[in-house]
Design a protein around this ligand. Structure first.
Ligand SMILES: Nc1nc2c(ncn2[C@@H]2O[C@H](COP(=O)(O)OP(=O)(O)OP(=O)(O)O)[C@@H](O)[C@H]2O)c(=O)[nH]1
Ligand SMILES: [Mg+2]
Length: 262
């Protein structure tokens, strides 16, 4: 599979350093708990243009994206999590904000790499996702969910190539190593060290929904990214040119199903 992007036409804008606001995990989790379903769309152009920071949860099918959103928001069934890979099939937006004032968005994206999806659907979806990641103007951060037992897959690497120009321009990047409960402490530390090397300066966190590992840490990070200290600089990095061609209680957490391939 090859994914080509047209050359960037946007002038790179390097945001100046923004002071990091400190926040207690309780406040960050309280903020995430305000999450409400906003809308769902099969394609990018059906999404409403928004101005608040948006956090996109991406990754291999079955990696745990929907479960992570449910865990962070402490809502059992906000995002549709399932043992069967491929259950999230639309772009689903959830709004966050106290007193009914939306100040950020969580986006649950369909996973990739599920072998049973017909090839035409895979290609269509890859195009939708690439366009979303490259052109969504209010995208503030990419949260890449990765099962450390599998590491980065070929499709994860392609995704990283697609978003690299935007990350270089200031888009935040977080790798969440999911299902950390499946690893021993030694394996967790090893996975963390390896991913820190691969993440190229992005943040990396261990996470487990049933063992509640990493929840406060990830919640705090997302809150900080959504609320950079006022500095007169836009919180949102500049999007690049669109992709032109594509070929080719805590929520209940069941043990994960397999069935995905690259
Ligand atoms: N042991 C364990 N299982 C998890 C964890 N997170 C998710 N799972 C399980 O992994 C499976 C897939 O979870 P989902 O959240 O639906 O995964 P997804 O990435 O949204 O999958 P798609 O929508 O297909 O892309 C489910 O059976 C979850 O219960 C975790 O932290 N630990
Ligand atoms: Mg899902």
């Amino acid at each position: 599979m090859t994914i080509q992007t047209s050359p960037s036409v946007a002038t790179p804008v390097i945001p100046s350093e923004q002071a990091i606001q400190t926040v207690s995990p309780v406040v960050a989790l309280g903020w995430l708990h305000t999450a409400k379903f906003l809308t769902t769309a099969p394609q990018l152009h059906f999404l409403p243009p928004l101005e608040v920071p948006e956090f996109a949860f991406v990754g291999r099918s079955n990696a745990g994206k929907s479960t992570c959103i449910n865990t962070l928001t402490q809502q059992k069934q906000l995002a549709f999590a399932s043992k069967k890979p491929g259950r999230t099939q639309h772009i689903n937006l959830f709004s966050l904000g106290k007193q009914g004032v939306t100040d950020a968005i969580l986006t649950d994206l369909p996973g990739y790499g599920y072998a049973a999806v017909p090839k035409a659907d895979k290609i269509r979806w890859q195009q939708v996702m690439a366009n979303y990641l490259v052109t969504r103007e209010n995208l503030k951060a990419i949260v890449l969910m990765c099962d450390p037992r599998h590491g980065l897959t070929e499709l994860d690497e392609i995704l990283l190539d697609i978003v690299r120009p935007r990350v270089e321009e200031g888009l935040k990047f977080l790798v969440i190593l999911t299902k950390a409960d499946k690893l021993t402490r030694v394996e967790q530390n090893k996975a963390l060290s390896i991913m820190k090397l691969q993440a190229g300066g992005g943040e990396v966190r261990l996470f487990s929904a049933p063992k509640r590992i990493g929840i406060e840490d990830v919640a705090t990070l997302l809150w900080q990214w959504a609320h950079p200290a006022a500095s007169g600089v836009s919180a949102l990095p500049t999007p690049a040119a669109p992709v032109t061609t594509v070929n080719d209680e805590p929520p209940e957490v069941a043990d994960d199903a397999e069935g995905t391939t690259n």
